[in-house]
Design a binder for this molecule. Sequence first.
Ligand code: WT7
Length: 650
Amino acid sequence: MSNESLANLLKEERRFEPPTELAAAANVTADAYERARADRLGFWAEQARRLDWATEPTETLDWSNPPFAKWFQDGELNVAHNCVDRHVQAGHGDRVAIHFEGEPGDSRTITYADLQREVSRAANALTELGVRAGDRVAIYLPMIPEAVFAMLACARLGAPHSVVFGGFSADALATRIQDAQARVVITSDGGYRKGGASPLKPAVDEALTRPGTEDVRSVVVVRRTGQDVDWTEGRDVWWHELVDRQSEEHTPQAFGAEQPLFILYTSGTTGKPKGILHTSGGYLTQAAYTHHAVFDLKPESDVFWCTADIGWVTGHSYIVYGPLANGATQVMYEGTPDSPHKGRWWEIAEKYGVTIFYTAPTAIRACMKWGDDIPAKYDLSALRILGSVGEPINPEAWVWYREHIGGGRTPVVDTWWQTETGSIMISPLPGVTATKPGSAQVPLPGIAATVVDDEAREVPDGSGGYLVLTEPWPSMLRTIWGDDQRYLDTYWARFENRYFAGDGAKKDDDGDIWLLGRVDDVMLVSGHNISTTEVESALVSHPSVAEAAVVGAADPQTTQSICAFVILRGTAAESEGLVDELRAHVAQQLGPIAKPKRVLAVAELPKTRSGKIMRRLLRDIAEDRQLGDVTTLTDPSVMGLIQEKLPSAP
Ligand code: WT7
């Protein structure tokens, strides 16, 4: 990004110091940065000691064949033992591991002792089905406790799981089963979503008719909704019939630290999904450390709630592996935030006294749109830390989150990471960092990240470029499943010896990092690079705008011109006057070069199921093209709604 345009970029002057009490008792203090800088590998070796190893590792990192890392490779451990059994052995069997809340209002309390029994039974069941260490198991479940039991049962057996998000189609499921050559699929009849029972089993039946899925010999079906299911004798088996009759005892075997733990597919924008491979010792070390550090978790008193689905990496690292390795008590919720009413999340937070809450900007903006009065009806005074993940959070949404959910008291930690990084990489520390709305700020202790220009030169403070990671980290992906070459090409070819994250970023005058969105989302207007994120944040800072998505549309005069799609707040109505006002507002915030050429008010924005705006489709609209593939949208009909708006465009 050129420096002249940067000089105009959004200035964020607000700072929030850590609350004194929190800082005084924080798990991690400022000296951690210094210690980690002085001896990075020593720092990670120290963090690995949070885990219970059957054989202590003597070697921290083997980087003799970069970028193929081996962490703690001569150590041996069992991941499920670390997440379950050791807490029971330490006398915490009665501690609640999971407060489960179903969408219809049913609930279940699962202690660590319960979890040990459930996971052991499930591990015995998988063993009976012939699952052995190294075999892949596909998990296609709603957000119910069996999803956690199934993942940990696989971990216990050293059988890598591949969790496929329950909202994905039979096609997506089939591709993932084929690529991982799964032997078993664990699913359910269905799950509750938006007030109704939605089926899952039919998608499995359909996926298994596709060529390349023949390795699947068993389908284990959890009964959740009671809806009718088709049955294939000899292949299908009910979870309750198989698992409930198993022994509650299972002795976990220790595996090498580099034993594959899971494969998780990321769709990316092009090509077939990438099977991101994570292994055991390094992954668990960093998942546990970051959960301890970023959320300041106190296992005896905190109630943690991460709203992600288990089908995303956030659910893997901050529902299953990080919190359970740390012996946390957490909430797990099956449904959507607005079912049966828009205060559902806050009702649950009040019910369980949630102290730490972790969600995505898209959800925060939806809550903003629904109105301040909704969270105001609930007692959220137990909350002490709020987290954000998944995309850049607009400063206005950040401030709203802190004010209306955090009661103006709680630090907000904006955590940057990826499926590939396995755990959080860049984030404030709640007891240390004076936070800045909209910035993920600083790499965590032990993490090395910076911003470089096209020639791989580190940019000075106050400049922008590409985010890179300059040293290996314990929970890094080890490769793309079955495709080492693609691993090299995607992440390690752009800059020598540096991991290319694919995100644009800038360093502000204090050296803090701001994420600017995927590099494919940066616009080029009259020779200036302008980030979609910053124009969107400028729009959202106007009182009439709840949400905004910005794209660059081909333009004969200026290469690209800025086209903005906005969702208006509450009572604001679209008018020519408002459109002019919004354009002027952006010009005033960011400079005239960033002024959108067009502003269209729409009712919805096209989002992927993980809540990311599909700018590619908006670009199709802005450039008046036939729409590309819409199959990964949460709701493909929103594109029709948006297209109807077009005649009113200037
Ligand atoms: C991409 C990774 C990490 C779990 C959820 C997403 C974007 C993620 C932030 C943040 C700005 C962010 C990046 C990243 N992203 N967190 N705090 N600020 N951008 O995992 O699906 O692998 O997506 O999400 O663009 O590269 P993912």
